[in-house]
Design a binder for this molecule. Structure first.
Ligand code: AMP
Ligand code: ZN
Length: 513
């Protein structure tokens, strides 16, 4: 299989590090809102990668994080639930959007049961462990408002910026506390943020005597510690323990993790290091993935976080970046309410290669809907034809599917796959009296397993009642009672069933919606 690797900037041969299982980490959503259609496109592309690995007989272990604590989740959970404790508000708020996210993942046809979802808030201890390691090695330091990753310390032994040509800030300790930033220079970034009034926080005990003195860049650590004693941090309720710890030289640095640390902690915990493939959108290359790599490869950790970094280009709307202020910002419900199926959106996404920007317009979505309808109408022929056992047709379709398999292995070339399937569908549509069921079933299975378009599920047989109506229409036509046959045709049309009369097969039904 060939895959573009942002580390090498070219399409490389992919070979699993361990043939027994391909380990994939996908950066997941921040669960503070409906995912927008750009986010969903990123997960559709990583789903195609997952399915292609399965297609070529790999077993896959894939982890996706759910960011349920960060600047945005905290901000919006406080606004939504001002009367709840900050931690309670955060959990209630993020669980709601987590549920919506998982439902929408299913609706757009992505594998869900086969992905291991990991919440940031369930992995705080892992993150703390990694931060302590970085502190011990002198690569992280304590400042007054949090614990930071030192890019200059890291750069003594490793190169920061493996994916992008990013400049390191000249000021040795230029610091960024925000989770997201669009600066073009790398600065020290927060691994752990000191608690702020009204924010959820977790205990973080550090025995500072065990760490090099050089890690303390703070001037008011005592304040941090005193503040911590007065808050309702997640597990601070045992004051004896607190006193005892303080006597032993422990300092309590209550706070919460920065964004980047969660992926480093959760990937190494679940997949080891290096793992095979890391996925995300191009906006994650810097700072998120550069920072993840730095955290995961600092000190005595392996030199590589992952073998491959695979990044999808952005989905645009009407050729422009999506933005609420530009009124071109859509979520899945915005599409569904206009009568489209989430799978029409999936088809639209697959029409573009993941390394090209895809363009969402209502016209493009209508074209994708039509294409999906064509495919479904071909699949519906399996209910209305007897197996012709046509070797010629089977050979053509199976050859097209072999080519489609090659196209997927060629850096996930979904546009090429879609055109090959169109050809197979044409072969069936042109000669419906001669459908080879084995070939048709192969085609449906290929589409469902590898493209996730749920063709079998969305093309059930019509009901007995509808079959009766079609038979009655035939009788009416035979009796030249055209008023009645038109009336029955209209009745079926209202149920979304269209009838076409063919010379050889007689009436052929197809679903229009
Ligand atoms: P976020 O929740 O912002 O971390 O984004 C979730 C995923 O969606 C990340 O992999 C982003 O890189 C990706 N992403 C964000 N916006 C777009 C877009 N317009 N098109 C494609 N992918 C996007
Ligand atoms: Zn990540």
């Amino acid at each position: 299989m060939k895959l573009h690797n942002t580390l090498t900037k070219k399409v490389d041969d992919f070979t699993p590090l361990d043939p027994a299982s391909v380990r994939v980490y996908s950066c997941g959503p921040t669960v503070y809102n409906h995912a927008h259609i750009g986010n969903l496109s990123a997960y559709i592309y990583s789903d195609i990668l997952h399915r292609t690995l399965i297609l070529i007989d790999h077993s896959v272990q894939r982890v996706m994080n759910l960011t349920d604590v960060d600047d945005k989740t905290i901000r919006d959970s406080r606004t939504k639930y001002p009367d709840l404790e900050p931690m309670e508000a955060l959990i209630k708020f993020t669980r709601h959007y987590e549920g919506i996210f998982l439902r929408e993942m299913c609706e757009v046809g992505n594998l869900v049961d086969e992905v291991q979802f990991e919440r940031a808030t369930d992995n705080i201890a892992e993150m703390q462990r990694l931060i302590l390691k970085l502190l011990r090695e002198g690569i992280a330091y304590l400042a007054d408002d949090g614990i930071y990753f030192s890019i200059s310390e890291y750069s003594k032994t490793r190169k920061y910026g493996q994916l992008s040509k990013i400049e390191v800030a000249k000021d040795r300790e230029a610091r960024i506390n925000n989770d997201e930033y669009d600066k073009d220079t790398a600065s020290d970034f927060a691994l752990w943020k000191r608690l702020r009034e009204g924010e959820p926080s977790w205990n973080f005990w550090i025995n500072l005597r065990e760490y090099p003195e050089s890690i303390i860049h703070a001037t008011q650590l005592g304040d941090w510690f005193r503040e911590a004693r007065n808050t309702n941090s997640a597990t601070v309720n045992d004051s004896d323990f607190l006193t005892q710890k303080s006597q032993e030289g422990f300092t309590l640095l209550s706070g919460r993790p920065g964004w980047h640390i969660e992926c480093s902690a959760m990937s190494v915990k679940n997949l080891g290091q290096p793992f095979d493939i890391h996925t995300g959108g191009v906006d994650h290359i810097f700072p998120h993935h550069e920072n993840e790599i730095a955290q995961s490869t600092a000190g005595d950790q392996p030199e590589k976080m992952a073998d491959f970094f695979v990044h999808n280009e952005f989905l645009l709307v009407d050729g422009r970046k999506m933005a609420k202020s530009d009124h071109n910002f859509y979520t899945l419900p915005d599409i569904v309410i206009k009568g489209f199926d989430p799978l029409d959106f999936r088809m639209l996404v697959l029409q573009s290669h993941y390394r090209n920007a895809s363009n969402f317009t209502w016209e493009n979505l209508t074209a994708a809907q039509n294409r999906r309808r064509n495919w479904r109408n071909a699949a519906e022929l399996r209910w209305q034809t007897t197996d012709s056992d046509d070797d010629g047709q089977a050979e053509i379709i199976n050859n097209l599917l072999d080519e489609a398999t090659q196209a997927l292995q060629n850096d996930l070339d979904t546009p090429a796959v879609l055109m090959l399937i169109d050809q197979a569908v044409d072969v069936l549509a042109k000669d419906p009296s001669n459908v080879d069921h084995f070939a048709l079933n192969n085609l449906i299975k290929f589409i469902d397993d590898n493209l996730g378009l749920k063709l079998a599920e969305t093309t059930p047989d019509i009901t007995d009642e509808q079959k009766k109506l079609i038979a009655q229409r035939q009788t009416a036509r035979a009796e030249k009672d055209f008023a009645k046959s038109d009336e029955i045709r209209d009745q079926l049309a209202k149920q979304g069933i269209e009838i076409k009369d063919s010379a050889v097969l007689g009436p052929i039904w197809s679903r229009r919606s």
